[in-house]
Design a protein around this ligand. Structure first.
Ligand code: ZN
Length: 160
């Protein structure tokens, strides 16, 4: 891969990551306000964001893990949650830590919740993979997708 191809590949993976958060949130019945990726900064293609309504329960953990879950499915190179932890997903782990702190869970409770939510996030995204790809394509094209459009991209497959 040359530099331009590498940059495009990172942008695509980044869009898939954010689409994972968005699609899993919608599949869980959460409201999503918007999703965005930074298409203008080739040096920091890892920048992206999804704004969703927090639920205050463990589905929030599933939603936080779903960016990395989408990457794992898309990369299909044996990447794992722990491998991605120090990279793109580090902000997601901070959010999970904050959530766990607020809940006062024990270390073993935290481990079992995270284990379950990892499995759940992969299941949800595999079941909705065409929606992840549709959303990622829209993000790559425009950099920003509103909640209504995200919902439409998510629901598109149900009409068929
Ligand atoms: Zn993320």
């Amino acid at each position: 891969m040359n530099a331009a191809e590498l940059r495009d590949r990172y942008r695509w993976i980044n869009a898939v990551h954010e689409s994972g958060h968005a699609v899993a949130s919608l599949a869980l019945g959460n409201h999503v306000f918007y999703a965005c990726v930074d298409n203008d900064n080739p040096l920091d293609s890892a920048f992206g964001h999804v704004m969703r309504s927090p639920q205050g329960n463990d589905t929030d953990v599933t939603a936080f893990l779903s960016g990395m879950a989408a990457e794992i499915i898309e990369r299909s190179d044996g990447s794992s949650f722990s491998m991605l932890q120090k990279g793109v997903g580090s902000g997601d782990w901070l959010n999970i830590q904050r959530y766990m702190k607020a809940k006062n869970h024990t270390a073993s409770e935290r481990r079992s919740i995270i284990k379950l939510c990892k499995v759940r996030s992969l299941e949800i995204l595999k079941a909705n993979w065409p929606a992840v790809l549709r959303t990622a394509r829209a993000l790559v094209a425009t950099g920003y997708v509103e909640g209504d459009k995200l919902q439409a991209l998510f629901s598109e497959g149900e009409k068929q």
